[in-house]
Design a protein around this ligand. Structure first.
Ligand SMILES: Nc1nc2c(c(=O)[nH]1)N[C@H]1C(S)=C(S)[C@@H](COP(=O)(O)OP(=O)(O)OC[C@H]3O[C@@H](n4cnc5c(=O)[nH]c(N)nc54)[C@H](O)[C@@H]3O)O[C@H]1N2
Ligand SMILES: Nc1nc2c(c(=O)[nH]1)N[C@H]1C(S)=C(S)[C@@H](COP(=O)(O)OP(=O)(O)OC[C@H]3O[C@@H](n4cnc5c(=O)[nH]c(N)nc54)[C@H](O)[C@@H]3O)O[C@H]1N2
Ligand SMILES: [Mo]
Length: 762
């Protein structure tokens, strides 16, 4: 079948990303059930100094902002938290927890904003209203009975720097470094492995680099869906002649073409910009082979041109290990490379040609590289490729990992870390007059494993929906309730609340768009974006309920009930005035946060700086380190007949486990999320037709049965052997033990599965 035919029978709005489709996407959420007054004014303040920072993704906020500096998904996030729907205590008059287990994630969150602190009552299987002081006292009492090492303090990358700093302090005062975070499931691969090879746990580019570059290489990041504001600088780059080369098993519309919804002329004319000049649909998990092929073509060109293609001066001055890597690439076998990734030699040489013609190259990547069993090698290979022509640490060039949650990077910066040596414990000891724990705490995957085995006795969550986001949800649902205590600081009801521990609390908090009125007035909070820029954020809407507390006040409430009073820890004064917490952050991290309060509202944020950006390499060798890959793919398993590589996907109509709706318009999938995307040849081999119903069976060979049924087969343009289905539904299929070795990031983008036919429904 010709490639172009493949989508013919899909109910597909095949248009470009952005454009009228994105306006319709916003209107769908806004129009039907969100007649909230003042919400347009809120959108006008989004991502601007004096306004609030989008609670959706971590994409940077430029200094020269536009009238509306938000995207379809940022608008959805704002509208979703500004809903008029309320999940009040009387909601539980009509529902039990058991009954809600059959509800979809979309239905559960659609109950609206949580309004009161609630405690689970096992006798009636409902949550009942409780007052804040009672809740804090009881949580503290229960924690007091447990060994601190059996308790986990999770956070989801959402809360601001001030609340996050105090959350980490609370855990350490209690006596544990069990401070895992959502990035453990996300960019931990970056934090660990990028640190190892270039001495920076975060990206090296800043906004100016986007404006100067003439080439982007995209690996496994989907900007149209997950960081739509990125499409604007991409379009500007294309308009000035930059080229974009994409490696992704799935043909993602946002990487194909784009119409700017904020440019009236482009909208009126339907004027599209082609995004990717080359789109390489490699097999899932085979980026190591593909990048090795591109690097091999570069090495061959350099050999042919007498050493004028590779930046040898840069390598001699700044790198180590390049001789070995270059020899490895030279000797690599084209046949093995192309068989592994499914791309032919010509395609890889085309990509190499663009790479060599570019003055400066930015390497962009996301979950396609990080959520792999050998994610470390993926990161190492992309760094190898960039280093060959000195593409790190000069204008227009560098590494650009695109982070997820709006403050996921910042929470790590201010001490939410399970690794003790990442935190200045001595300074904390002195500042707060206590003896902090020195042992490493638990990674989120180990916490999950601990809950499966009954070792973890309590979990406190600052945001998120961890039960649903972790691998092996099916197994976790069986043991999660055995915990002595579960405490969830949340804005909306979610599935994690439906598995209450013996004692369980839901503590509802203010959302970022809302006023946070304390003794000294409406407070600012702050966040750090993907480019390490710090921004202030202030809400202006009136809170969803009078009974809500800010995240910071909730953390302080627990801390005051749990930890001994001390003049060095005036929690109440910190709640009165968040700028005092910023002073503490500055005192703890003086290099990163110099003049924190004074610089809080700089347009575009203030930069924490990054040594690798200036070619200062904080690695073991003091140089940028090449790595020789030990393998050609990042997979945890070998190919076998009937075994497929499942990549778990995000739709355009969700933010992680928050499901806004059932329209994945970029992929033409409407009205359902229960789908399995498959290549036509694979369907034929399995005797399946478009629309057939199947189940996926886990094929990890670890003796655990894993199954997800009720999926409708959709013929889709993806490579043979690779299939796709949505996260979080697919998490029942992901083994807890399937993760990157060094960082333990779950391998959610390459899960071994088999396909079983099911009888057609009804
Ligand atoms: N609307 C919306 N925005 C979001 C989120 C959301 O759920 N919805 N989540 C937020 C969060 S927390 C995060 S971390 C980011 C995630 O944003 P991304 O990093 O973009 O994450 P995904 O969409 O999970 O996967 C990215 C791409 O990887 C591709 N891929 C899968 N396997 C491979 C592979 O083996 N190789 C290559 N080269 N590509 C592969 C997939 O086809 C997909 O296009 O987005 C953030 N923004
Ligand atoms: N199979 C598979 N699994 C994955 C992934 C994947 O690609 N595939 N991606 C992984 C990634 S990248 C991530 S980051 C994790 C996400 O894991 P989490 O961060 O734990 O999950 P979210 O879905 O983002 O959390 C949603 C909940 O956060 C709460 N919330 C929303 N806003 C606020 C707020 O302002 N304050 C507070 N306190 N709570 C709030 C709401 O109650 C909402 O129900 O999932 C991971 N799991
Ligand atoms: Mo993420």
């Amino acid at each position: 079948m010709a490639e172009d035919d493949i989508h013919d029978d899909l109910p597909r709005e095949s248009g470009p990303a952005g454009g009228w489709g994105s306006m319709r996407g916003i209107a769908q959420v806004f129009g039907e059930s969100w007649p909230t007054p003042g919400v347009l004014e809120s959108l006008g303040r989004q991502n601007k100094p004096g306004g609030f920072m989008c609670s959706s993704c971590a994409w940077p906020k430029p200094a020269n902002y536009k009238a509306f500096e938000f995207c379809e998904n940022g608008a959805k996030a704002t509208l979703w938290e500004s809903t008029t729907a309320r999940c009040r205590p009387d909601f539980w008059d009509d529902h039990t927890v058991a009954e809600l287990l059959d509800w979809t994630d979309h239905q559960i969150e659609s109950t609206g904003r949580l309004t009161h602190p609630m405690r689970y009552d096992a006798k009636t299987d409902r949550y009942v209203e409780v007052n804040w002081e009672e809740a804090f006292a009881d949580i503290a009492a229960k924690l007091g009975e447990l060994p601190p090492d059996d308790v986990v303090f999770y956070s989801s990358g959402h809360a601001g720097l001030e609340a996050s700093y105090l959350w980490a302090l609370l855990a350490r005062l209690y006596g544990t470094n069990n401070l895992p975070q959502s990035s453990n499931m996300c960019h931990e691969t970056t934090s660990v492995n990028l640190q190892k090879v270039i001495g920076s746990p975060v990206g090296t580019v800043i906004w100016e680099d986007l404006e100067k570059t003439d080439c982007f290489f995209f690996f496994g990041q989907n900007p149209g869906t997950n960081s739509p504001r990125f499409l604007h600088p991409l379009k500007e780059a294309k308009d000035r002649g930059a080229r974009i080369v994409t490696f992704n098993p799935v043909r993602e519309q946002g990487l194909v073409s784009f119409v700017d919804p904020q440019n009236p002329l482009d909208m009126a004319m339907g004027r599209e910009t082609t995004i990717s000049d080359q789109y390489h649909q490699l097999k899932a998990g085979t980026d190591i082979a593909a990048i090795l092929g591109v690097a091999k073509a570069v090495v061959e060109a350099d050999d042919a041109a007498g050493g004028t293609v590779i930046d040898w001066d840069f390598l001699r001055e700044h790198a180590t290990g390049h001789e070995d890597f270059i020899a490895h690439a030279r000797a690599a076998d084209w046949g093995a490379i192309t068989a592994e990734c499914g791309l032919d030699e010509g395609a890889l040489r085309d990509a190499a040609r663009v790479y060599m013609e570019a003055r400066s190259v930015i390497g962009v990547y996301g979950m396609g590289l990080t959520q792999q069993a050998h994610g470390a090698d993926n990161i190492g290979m992309l760094v190898n490729l960039l280093l060959l022509r000195g593409n790190i640490g000069r204008p227009g060039a560098g590494m650009c990992p695109v982070r997820g949650h709006s403050n996921v990077q910042g929470q790590r910066t201010v001490g939410i870390a399970e690794k003790a040596d990442l935190v200045p414990l001595d300074r904390l000891a002195e500042m707060f007059d206590f003896d902090p724990p020195r042992e490493d705490g638990t990674h989120v995957v180990d916490a999950g494993q601990g809950i499966l085995e009954g070792r973890i006795r309590a979990i406190l969550c600052l945001g998120g929906n961890l039960l649903r986001a972790l691998p092996d949800t099916g197994r976790l649902e069986k043991t999660w309730r055995d915990q002595d205590l579960t405490v969830m600081v949340s804005t909306k009801l979610n599935r994690s609340h439906l598995y209450p521990g013996r004692t369980a609390y839901i503590l509802p908090c203010l959302a970022r768009t809302e006023e946070d009125e304390q003794a000294t007035g409406n407070q600012y909070i702050s966040i750090e974006d993907s480019f390490s820029m710090i921004h202030g954020s202030q809400g202006h809407r009136s809170p969803a309920s009078d009974h809500l507390k800010s995240e910071l006040a909730i953390v302080a409430g627990i801390a005051q009930a749990l930890t001994p009073a001390s003049p060095r820890r005036p929690w109440a004064e910190w709640v009165d005035d968040y700028s005092r917490v910023r002073d503490l952050i500055e005192a703890t991290y003086p290099d990163d946060f110099r003049d924190f309060n004074a610089r809080l509202n700089r347009p575009g944020g203030f930069w924490r700086d990054n040594p690798a950006h200036h070619r200062i390499w904080k690695t073991e060798s003091g140089r940028a380190e090449f790595t020789v890959p030990e393998r050609l793919n990042a997979l945890s398993f070998e190919p076998e007949p009937g075994r497929y590589t499942l990549l778990t996907m995000r739709s355009n109509d969700q933010f992680n486990t928050t499901i806004y709706g059932y329209s994945d318009r970029f992929r033409g999938i409407e009205g359902t999320r229960d789908v399995l995307l498959m290549n036509a040849a694979d369907m034929e081999r399995e005797g399946l037709s478009h629309g057939d119903r199947v189940a996926l069976l886990g094929d990890a060979g670890d003796g655990v049965e894993r199954r997800l049924g009720g999926l409708e087969v959709i013929r889709f343009e993806m490579p043979e052997g690779t299939v796709g289905s949505y996260y979080p539904e697919c998490n029942v299929l992901v083994p807890m033990g399937l993760h990157d070795r060094a960082s333990k990031t779950p391998g959610s983008k390459a899960v071994p599965v088999r396909i079983a036919r099911e009888a057609a429904a009804g």
